[in-house]
Ligand binder design. Structure first.
Ligand code: BYC
Length: 333
């Protein structure tokens, strides 16, 4: 499948250097003209790898991201909150599926990607390795985690790779609902009893810094940003998006009457931005190494879910064999 993209790679037999350089130049010109690259188009092998890496990590994040919130479905304090939370968690599962499908257009299988995740060989967002200790954490996740996700993902709707960009359009619409339900939950707590306000403040204090880390290492330490931006996969650097998030979120916290858990936070009139204290990159690296508060628990939960779902996959395969007429038409994008 998609062999055109896989066969004609740098150094492939028959493609001499000059021809290869010309191809790469034509590819970059298409990107510079803001043309979408589609699965059957020629693309450099490194571009394909960059996309598989990012889209797979993104898909895994959505699936693992169901766990911290799923933890509270049975304990949601009202029917309305339960319905909203179930819908949100289901949306995250759906996002994972669109993203695995987008990755598959690049020549990998969903099964292989999931195997890497379960083997502990794949990354997913650091944020999902923190625990959800109180109901206010559900509000904080919607407000901060989905808020950060939107800030990062809106530019991905203009990503140069067509299937990823198109998947992001719907995902962003749903994330917007997720962010608003989280903020509304926080507002309810902030306007509630003293105990509810304290719970909201505590959740904010625990999620603020991990949310800032979601944007990835500082630009000085980001490995992939420069090339990713040349290929218009990323449109903004990690620090640029982090700053946009901080500037948007601080006034929202003020409106909630919550104090920012950062004594060094200040408005910088010269740059017209809020400035935060330093981020603890040691903590970020520990989480990426697998030593965050919940890394082991998250992978164990995914493995258990995968094993428990074996009969569903077997049933789907048996059904497909019995009813080939229902097989989806071969299509890309
Ligand atoms: N966590 O060179 P860099 C959601 C890794 S889910 C873990 O800057 P890049 C939601 C990075 O992968 C939202 N790892 O990389 C779901 C790289 O490692 P490798 C998830 C991180 O790719 C449920 C290394 O550090 N969103 O919305 O240019 C409920 C160097 O980084 C992280 C996406 O996935 C991290 N935070 O930039 C609620 C968005 N940050 O691969 C909400 C799509 C960095 O070299 N992804 N690393 O081993 C992106 O936009 C980019 O991949 C990133 C990183 C900005 C995350």
């Amino acid at each position: 499948m998609y062999t055109q993209a896989l066969d004609a790679q740098p150094g492939a037999a028959g493609a001499d250097d000059a021809e290869q350089q010309a191809r790469l130049a034509r590819f970059q010109e298409r990107i510079d003209r803001d043309e979408k690259i589609e699965p059957t188009d020629w693309m450099p092998e490194q571009y394909r790898h960059m996309l598989i890496r990012q889209i797979a990590q993104h898909a895994h994040s959505e699936i693992v991201g169901m766990l911290p919130e799923g933890n509270w479905i049975t304990r949601a304090p009202s029917l309305r909150r339960k319905v909203v939370l179930i819908a949100k968690v289901q949306d995250e599962g759906g996002h994972g599926l669109y993203l695995y499908s987008a990755a598959e257009t690049l020549g990998v299988t969903r099964a292989a990607l999931i195997e890497q995740l379960l083997a502990g060989q794949a990354r997913y967002s650091s944020i999902f390795n923190y625990p959800t200790l109180t109901w206010a954490d559900i509000g904080a996740i919607g407000w901060l985690v989905d808020g950060a996700a939107i800030m990062n993902q809106i530019p991905l709707c203009r990503c140069s790779y067509g299937p990823y960009a198109r998947a992001m359009v719907r995902i962003c619409k749903e994330e917007s609902f997720h962010q608003r339900q989280g903020y509304e939950l926080m507002l309810t707590l902030a306007r509630g009893s003293a105990a509810q306000r304290a719970m909201a403040q505590d959740a904010f204090a625990r999620w603020w810094r991990p949310a800032l880390m979601m944007f990835g290492p500082s630009d000085a330490h980001s490995v992939h940003t420069a090339q990713s931006m040349r290929w218009k996969i990323k449109r903004f650097s990690n620090d640029e998006l982090r700053q946009k998030f901080i500037d948007a979120t601080v006034p929202q916290a003020h409106f909630l009457g919550l104090s920012i858990p950062d004594p060094e936070l200040r408005w910088d009139a010269a740059s017209q931005h809020f400035q935060t204290g330093p981020i603890d990159w040691g903590e970020f690296e520990a989480v990426l190494r697998g030593d965050g508060p919940c890394n082991r628990e998250r992978l164990a939960a995914r493995r258990e879910a995968h094993e428990a779902g074996a009969w569903v996959r077997a049933a789907a395969v048996a059904y497909a064999e019995k009813h080939p007429e229902h097989a989806p038409a071969a299509s890309v994008g």
